[in-house]
Structure formats: C-alpha cells, structure tokens
Design a protein around this ligand. Structure first.
Ligand code: ATP
Length: 165
C-alpha cells in the first residue's frame, strides 16, 4: 500500500473569551469511501486542521508551519509536537488505490496575519479558514483522528498554562 506522510498544526491564540483555534473548510470532496467515517456538521460542512504533504528534505515541523501559512494565511510558531494520526483512504483518481497516511500534528502559537488571507491558487483547496473557540472544537471537527488531536492540545494547554500566551 502506498504511504503518504503529512504534517499539520493546531494554531491557538488567546482571545477575550478564551482560546481559539484556526481551522479550515476544505473545498474538495474526498473519496466517497471515507464519508462514513466523517461526521459533517451543519449543511454538510467539513471542518479540518491545516496540513499537507512533507516535502523532500523538509522536517515535519517546518511542513506544519508552511502549510498553516499557505492554507490559513497566518504565521505561527511551533510550541510542541502533539501526536501522529493514521488513516487509510481510497484515492478517488487513477487506479483508486488504498493509501496509508500518517499525519504528525504540532501545537503552534499564533504570531501574525489575517485568517483566510490566502492566495487565489489556495482558494481552490480551501473554501474558508476561520477561528473557532478551542472549547468544543473537538466536537466540530469532521475526522475522529483530528478530534483527538484537538483534545491533546486542550490537555497540553491546561497542563502548561504559562507556556503559550
Ligand atoms: P494533504 O492535506 O495531506 O496534502 P490531501 O488533501 O491530498 O492531503 P487528505 O486530506 O488526506 O488528502 O484526504 C484524502 C482523503 O482522506 C479524503 O477522502 C478525506 O476525506 C480523507 N481524510 C482526510 N483526513 C482524514 C482523517 N483524519 N481521517 C480519515 N479520513 C480522512
């Protein structure tokens, strides 16, 4: 089975009402074989964390920072590694192969930039990038693996209240 290695980020910032996390609404509909594993919220909206393929010679943490910027328009810096998630999906194109995917997720602190300020090319992949409250974000994300990632970020922030301001 072919493998894909990606990396992504949970970017947090402290807002007046508490922590917020940057999420994306991808435009592309993935392989139908995954639809049963995906819970869509209102109007079938898919919410996911920003992520992407680790380029040759790139460290996963660098990929996370780069993909966060490309998919959301914001600049953020690494705080800590959170976890790896794994899933299998079926390619919707070509020979419809099953792909084993590993995605490393990092916690990042927001630095600068306007969310959803993405390039025209990126708009093909990302319908919208937005801040949502971290509390309850696990329930709003579409993929179980990413929900667990959000819970890990919540736990980390609780255990290290002074480390991300
Ligand atoms: P990347 O964002 O790493 O560049 P991609 O956009 O090509 O990759 P994925 O986001 O992995 O690919 O999507 C491929 C398929 O897997 C789609 O059908 C998508 O719905 C599904 N998928 C995406 N994330 C998950 C997940 N965490 N768990 C299960 N299925 C997922």
């Amino acid at each position: 089975m072919p493998r894909e290695i990606s990396a992504g980020g949970v970017v947090v910032r402290k807002a007046e009402l508490g922590w917020e996390v940057a999420v994306i609404e991808p435009t592309r509909e993935g392989g139908t074989s995954n639809s049963a594993k995906r819970k869509s919220g209102k109007q079938g909206q898919v919410l996911a964390l920003p992520k992407g393929i680790v380029d040759p010679g790139e460290q996963a943490a660098e990929t996370a920072v780069r993909e966060v910027f490309e998919e959301t328009g914001i600049t953020a810096s690494i705080v800590t590694k959170l976890t790896d998630i794994k899933y299998v999906y079926v390619r919707s194109w070509g020979d419809k192969q099953r792909v084993f995917k590993i995605v490393s997720f990092f916690l990042l602190r927001y630095q600068s930039g306007e969310i959803d300020d993405v390039t025209r090319e990126m708009r093909i992949e990302v319908k919208q990038a937005l801040w949502i409250p971290l509390e309850g974000a696990d329930r709003r994300l579409s993929y179980r693996g990413e929900r667990d990632v959000i819970r890990k970020a919540q736990e980390w922030l609780k255990a290290h209240p002074e480390e991300v301001k």
